[in-house]
Design a protein around this ligand. Sequence first.
Ligand SMILES: [Zn+2]
Length: 221
Amino acid sequence: MDLPYIDFHSHKETSVSDILTIRSFDTKEITQLTDQPSSLGIHPWSLNRESYPLQLEILEKYSMDKNIFFLGETGLDSLVGEDKELQEESFRFHIQLSEQIQKPIVVHCVRSYHTLFKIHKIMKPKQKWILHGFQARRDVFIECTRRGFYFSLGNALIKNSSLRSYVSEIPRDKIFFESDDSSFAIEKLYQEYSLLTNQSISDLKKQIASNFLSLDVPYEF
Ligand SMILES: [Zn+2]
């Protein structure tokens, strides 16, 4: 059987037959939920004190849905988003919920790895964490690997020379690719990575599908 490409994190509506797309929904988009595999969370950019209680309520209610494979994206962003305290509060809430309902979380982290490591050390989560749009410095990458995180790589795989310099060192069983909020073809990232690491596209498809199943998702290829 032909395995699909997997677009691990997308904010766009898509339906291409040989791509399995994991849609990422914010609690504000709850009316748009589909029956395809998805993640649901409160994006750090969309947090505000006023709507927070309602956002939590929606998250708790819908996170049990069978099509919600992951929680998130959630996390920390020191560049965008007003309320850093609320970001941390919300992130911790997602982590607790993820442990409680045993679903992995998709993490957004921009220039906040110090805090992220601190929280991870304190909370000691057992659920898997996938760092989406990963393109941090090499030393950060090393620490993330030590903590067993997964990495979802976007367009930075083509554009970010720092990421490209260590990409072949990322454990192969911890990798995904994503289009996020852009609309380029996910095949491009598979091609780029297969060139950088010298493996065939069909082996890579097998690897990524197996990585996906390693997240204990209710899915069969
Ligand atoms: Zn995103």
